[in-house]
Design a protein around this ligand. Structure first.
Ligand code: PLP
Length: 344
């Protein structure tokens, strides 16, 4: 199956538009523009085989509020693994319910494992459609639509899916910036509920490849068994343990991201061509603009690229997703948008 298009594919875009990679403003992902300050990493973290250490487990248990967890090299690795694990556990399962718009790696993974894909739009399907051993995948909040289900809404589905011996997967890659949190972690029970938490986005360190799965003992043991030893490199484990424990940094990061998101939304609202109809939705890690005029999103994507600004043209071809920009990045983007309004 083909590799999917995502944000963050700068090398490819730079080549396509003939602009040196270092000259770009990359707003194509939902990764925070401010990263946890990686200080000194002890040389032993590089030298030794990476054992899962208590410091990291305790830091993650305290940050996520649940101490039954698996440490992985990002949610992506688990997204690929889950369909086969579920097939082993529940051989009669066929139907998987997935969001029509959202991180497409979920759909591809279940498709590759020969499950039947049933896509739902913005709202979850009616309870009556689910059958025995089915799978429901929820991305909460959704990327790129920002659709957020409350914990109460998901609880109803969790109970129903459990009664059908099905599997509920909740991808909470962007939950760190949702207040009050709607995380399902506090509702993990004996049922098949798996929660994926990405580390790289909120902490701005996507390159170190670390993430967490929260579930019941049975699932965590199964995951540990499939993943095998030394999944996550030593420096990543060391850095994540510091970052997850640093409460003062978490609150500063949340405050800064909210401020920058507000400023970016205001700038976009005042700068985008007034004659074109659009709507803006947001989380504090990305903003998505839906354009009513067909072709407007690809057109603006192309114009921005010609000026060395890379945003994400969403799969629906009707919307653009912008990562949160710092003040300096925002003024550059504003200048280019004003310029393109003049020449469009
Ligand atoms: C909704 C969602 N889930 C999971 C991932 C994978 O993230 P990671 O493997 O870095 O944890 C992404 C990446 O963009 C995402 O958008």
């Amino acid at each position: 199956m083909a590799l999917l298009t995502h944000g963050g594919q700068l090398a490819q875009i730079a080549k396509q538009f003939g602009i040196e990679q270092s000259q770009w403003l990359d707003l194509s992902t939902g990764i925070a523009p401010y990263h946890y300050p990686v200080g000194h990493v002890p040389i032993s973290a590089y030298q030794q085989l990476p054992q899962v250490n208590d410091e990291l487990i305790n830091a993650a248990a305290s940050y996520y509020g649940h101490d039954v967890l698996a440490i992985t090299n990002g949610s992506q690795a688990v997204i690929k693994l889950l369909p086969n694990l579920w097939r082993e556990k529940s051989s009669r399962s066929t139907n998987v319910y997935l969001p029509k718009h959202g991180y497409k790696e979920h759909q591809q993974a279940w498709q590759q494992a020969q499950f039947t894909i049933c896509l739902y739009d913005d709202e979850l399907p009616p309870l009556a459609v689910f059958d025995d051993h089915c799978v429901l995948v929820i991305i909460n909040p959704n990327n790129p639509t920002t659709k957020l289900f409350t914990q109460q809404e998901i609880l109803i589905y969790q109970q129903h899916i459990a009664s059908l011996n099905g599997l509920l997967v909740v991808d909470e890659a962007f939950m760190d910036v949702i207040t009050p949190s709607q995380s399902m972690i506090s509702s993990i029970d004996d049922s098949n509920t798996i929660i994926l938490r990405s580390f790289g986005k909120f902490f701005g360190l996507a390159g170190i490849r670390i993430g967490f799965v929260l579930a019941n003992n049975h699932w965590i043991a199964m995951l540990a068994d499939s993943l095998g030893p030394w999944q996550v490199n030593g420096p990543a484990q060391y850095i994540a343990a510091q970052a997850l424990s640093d409460k003062a940094w978490h609150s500063e990061q949340r405050k800064q991201l909210t401020q920058d998101r507000q400023a970016l939304v205001e700038m976009l609202q005042s700068t985008l061509n007034k004659n074109e109809h659009h709507s803006i939705v947001h989380t504090d890690l990305f903003i998505t603009i839906y354009f009513n005029q067909p072709q407007r999103a690809p057109q603006l994507f192309d114009t921005l690229c010609q000026h060395g600004i890379y945003v994400r043209l969403c799969d629906d071809q009707q919307s653009l997703r912008f990562g949160i920009a710092t003040a300096k990045q925002r003024s550059l983007l504003a200048c280019v948008l004003r310029l393109t309004n003049l020449i469009d």
